[in-house]
Design a protein. Structure first.
Lengths: 261, 195
């Protein structure tokens, strides 16, 4: 696809969607990014389309198989595969034990698959929720509840609002060209979380702090819809940063926050 | 990957028990197991019925297993399995009824190059109401919803979606664009309410 990147012409819809779906070549992606730097209108369209994509992913997950259904399907898959695998000519002497072993194997597969499904499902939903919150901070135009670069203003604001506390590093302990911009109280999986807003150069970074729980445990480094999602834990907290800044700089910010907890 | 050949081959596959088959069945199970939740969810979106969704997934498992030796290693197993699921649905009673509904196919000339008439602020949606998004998704025409589910939920690449739907990649692109615009329009009342 040849991009239309003239500053006077807005991005065609198909090109815009191919961009957010990561379907453009690197040169086309670069051309679109250049256009976005100078076109506020297309920038908003991109953010809106990404929000819609994230919302679609979350809404569509409503129809999930119940654990019982999943167990039946797993057992069916196992039975079918076993039948295909079963050598017909030789019958083992322990044939009478076969149903028992099959049942044990099926139980193991069932349990493993359910645990895998459950973890994977939770992880995907949380990542989508975090990305949605991050996109909301980029797009809403609404100021966060606390606008301050001073950690002595930001941290006390959360007192009484969160069931946990956290520390913020001195400005000098943050990575180069990284600034605290403000904070907000948000809810993730119906639990309160601190949203800290930083900028690294011109990139916005959302850092979510929650009380440590398996609910908020993510892979240390993932990408979702072109955003880097880096996660870390401390003895008391789960900490997740979302941004389009390069992964090394995001890592440095996460490390500086972990260090002061 | 020749899906058509794969699907046509179903039902004529001989049953045999060799070492290769043993290995093949084991790796099939390994590949298919993590896909069960996705296959079920997609089957439900297609059929709108829990029992039918479960039947569709079971039939997909059987067909895929029988045709597994036609699957090319290194290609996307998920896209391959979704293709079989979709064909299974299309030959089901519900699927046949659904295909009788005429869908205005993709006409590039009818597709706007930009979303004219909307201000940049109109593009910003308050999408916090999950139920509203879900309802809007529900109201989309089936082919538009299907392409969005494959792209946004299953995270398949355009090329893979084209294989699943058996349409050219250009059609996938135009459908995705139309689907998102339609979804956006369906959510406009929600936006007005939130302002």
């Amino acid at each position: 696809m040849t991009p239309t990147t003239s500053p006077d012409t807005h991005l065609p819809s198909q090109q815009l969607h191919a961009f957010i779906d990561g379907e453009l070549s690197s040169s086309d992606t670069q051309a679109v990014q250049q256009h976005l730097e100078s076109c506020h209108s297309c920038g908003l369209r991109v953010i809106s389309a990404m929000q819609l994509k994230a919302a679609t992913a979350r809404a569509a997950q409503r129809f999930t198989a119940s654990p019982e259904t999943l167990a039946r399907l797993t057992a069916y898959l196992h039975t079918q595969s076993t039948e295909q695998k079963q050598p017909t000519p030789i019958r083992p002497r322990t044939f009478h034990m076969l149903p028992v072993w099959s049942a044990i194997a099926a139980m193991i597969v069932l349990t493993a698959s359910f645990v895998f499904w459950n973890q994977n499902h939770q992880t995907n939903t949380l990542t989508a929720e975090l990305l949605d919150q991050h996109l909301a901070t980029l797009s809403s135009g609404a100021a966060p509840q606390v606008i301050s670069t001073d950690r002595h203003t930001v941290k006390p604001w959360f007192q009484g609002r969160l069931p946990f506390s956290f520390n913020l590093p001195e400005p000098g302990a943050l990575p180069p060209d990284t600034t605290l911009q403000g904070a907000d109280l948000v809810y993730l999986k119906n639990r309160p979380a601190a949203l800290l807003l930083f900028t690294i150069h011109k990139h916005q970074v959302s850092v979510f702090l929650t009380q440590k729980s398996e609910l908020f445990t993510l892979n240390p480094k993932t990408t979702h819809s072109g955003f880097n999602v880096h996660s870390a834990t401390t003895p008391e907290l789960n900490l997740t940063a979302v941004s389009d800044v390069n992964p090394a700089e995001l890592d440095a910010l996460v490390a500086s926050l972990v260090k002061v907890q | 990957m020749n899906f058509t050949r794969t699907i046509e081959a179903l039902g004529t596959m001989p049953s045999f028990n060799t070492d290769a088959t043993l290995q093949s069945a084991a790796s099939f199970e390994q590949l298919a197991l993590p896909l069960l939740p996705s296959l079920y969810s997609h089957a439900f979106w297609l059929s709108r019925n829990h029992a039918e969704a479960e039947d569709l997934v079971q039939e997909t498992i059987s067909k895929s297993l029988r045709a597994f030796d036609t699957f090319e290693p290194g290609t996307n197993f998920k896209a391959w399995a979704f293709r079989i699921l979709r064909n299974t649905f299309l030959t089901s009673r519900t699927g046949i009824a659904a295909t009788n509904t005429i869908f205005l196919e993709d006409h590039p000339e009818l597709i706007e190059t930009t979303d004219a008439g909307l201000t940049p602020e109109d593009h910003l949606l308050s999408l916090s109401d999950q139920a509203a998004v879900h309802d809007a998704l529900d109201k989309l025409q089936a082919p538009l919803r299907e392409v969005l589910l494959l792209c946004d939920v299953e995270e398949l690449k355009y090329k893979e979606i084209a294989m699943v739907l058996n349409v050219p990649i250009g059609t996938v692109m135009s459908r995705i664009s139309r689907a998102r615009r339609a979804l956006h329009q369906l959510l406009q009342p929600q936006l007005r309410k939130s302002l």
